[in-house]
Design a protein around this ligand. Sequence first.
Ligand code: BES
Ligand code: ZN
Length: 583
Amino acid sequence: MRIDPHSYTDDRHAHVRSLDWEARVDFATRTLDAVATLHLDAPAAGPLDLDTRGLAVDRVTDDRGAAVPFVLHPAEAILGSRLALTLPEGTRAVTVAYRTAADASALQWLDPAQTAGGAQPYLFSQCQAIHARSVVPLQDTPQRRVTFTAKLTVPAALRGLMAAAFDGRDERGDVAVERWHMPQPIAPYLFAFAVGDLASRELGARSRVWAEPAVVDAAAWEFAGVDAMLAAGEALFGPYAWDRFDILVMPPSFPYGGMENPRLTFVTPTLLAGDRSQVRVISHELAHAWSGNLVTNAHAGHFWLNEGWTRYAELRMVEVLEGADTAALVSAICRKDLDETVARFIAEGHGGLTRLRTHLEGVDPDEAFSVVPYDKGELFLRTLEQAVGRARFDVFARSYLDTFRFGAITTEAFLEFTERALPGVLARVDAVRWVDGEGLPDGAPRARSARLDAVAAMGDALPPADARLSTTEWNLWLERLPRPQPTDYCAALDARFGFTSSGNMEVKVAWLRLALASGYDPVLPEVARVLGAVGRMKYLVPLYSALLARPETRALASELFARHAPGYHPIARAVVRGRLDRG
Ligand code: BES
Ligand code: ZN
């Protein structure tokens, strides 16, 4: 039987327990020439189904060198191609020799011009949710964790990095072979690597930051507070289980704000605001070391257990590191986005996506992605916290993480555990309404703080020229401003506060959305520039949506997409194209 709507993994088959992976990175053909040896939990015989997407499989052999018969089935939308092996009696391991496709969905191959240095090419992976299969044939479900060893052959001028423990590098003429191992079992979506012109700076005893040489010093400054974050994370959730917490600053086309790859979090360079105002993304990715990487959603239908817990932890860390007032501002920004997303989903007939427990059979997780699992999930956990008190909730959180450590978790298992640990609380907060109901329950908690009140009190009036707001406050104020605004109001606002040239992308994009919704056309060149310079979906999708929302700028949206799509990550390209197709 299938155990995950997004995987061919069958629970009657052997479990893949570990992986030995060797790949040669070929920038000329944009392919990986690879060999993967999959070790099974016990000697097996008969069928073993693996997930693949776009892989060209040369041969499959068993641990005695005998050929393993296989069928690579035609690709299905979303899932990819089932690689059906028939294992000879007593098979302990299978070795698959294959090449990846030039358009592998997990990989982005960048020309030198798309990097900060401009001289060397760059390659990186992004496997969540279901893209690992385009790089390695695997049981690509969080319910099959693997340990691994890896060997990458890269051009000698470049450096490979992997979300794993580094074992060494040997140069052989114009190539280098780099080795890693991952001793802790990980969900396949956490398999990650990058190759490029990379340098590093030490941040603390357990952390360093990697980036292209041109930005590495800025990155070291921006993320200097990482030790304090680790301390805050450990105080909340217990010892850090992954030895190191390194950070890799990606090229601008990275489609997410951050990705919690174990030992090596990947982040967008838009975090380098020069004022440390975006470091909560690092707190968020660090929190995944517990909620997500240690206790992992069993499949995408339970994604809220990854992201809701992590948003909750992120806000708790912001509270410790930046104060309760800032945490309240961040909550209010998140709440605004959540309310808008819920309203849009319901208006578009996608009310099902406003539940915490979702039914994603036949749905691409990249298309279903939204802030709902993050912020509705966080509000549900906050509701539980308020119902039992913080002290009891913190004990509960620790015991939840201990119980499901290195395991996969469903909403059902979460509810059962919660009922046992905190008897009666689920009924008291009407948990069924939270988990399976659409939209937000009445009385969902709201953050309160003096600074929040002060931002609210500003109303819609043009703020005085000497208004001193933090970037988080500006962000919230701009998000809440009704739209459209008169164009002369927009002009006055920008003249006074220079939002169009803000170094903070959150503020800039909040402003550009307001300006576009108000028909304030002087921002169009900057919108066009941002859409060509940044690939983070959190910015692309709202900006394209704002262009599509007005008849006057619809053609510009298509024109800019046609121009810039080749530089977008395959996932971002598909998501933005979907948005344009819906009109
Ligand atoms: N794990 C996510 C990113 C992700 C989700 C990748 C689903 C692929 C599929 C990561 O932890 C995340 O949530 N990133 C956020 C940042 C955050 C502060 C909310 C982002 O990218 O904006
Ligand atoms: Zn996350």
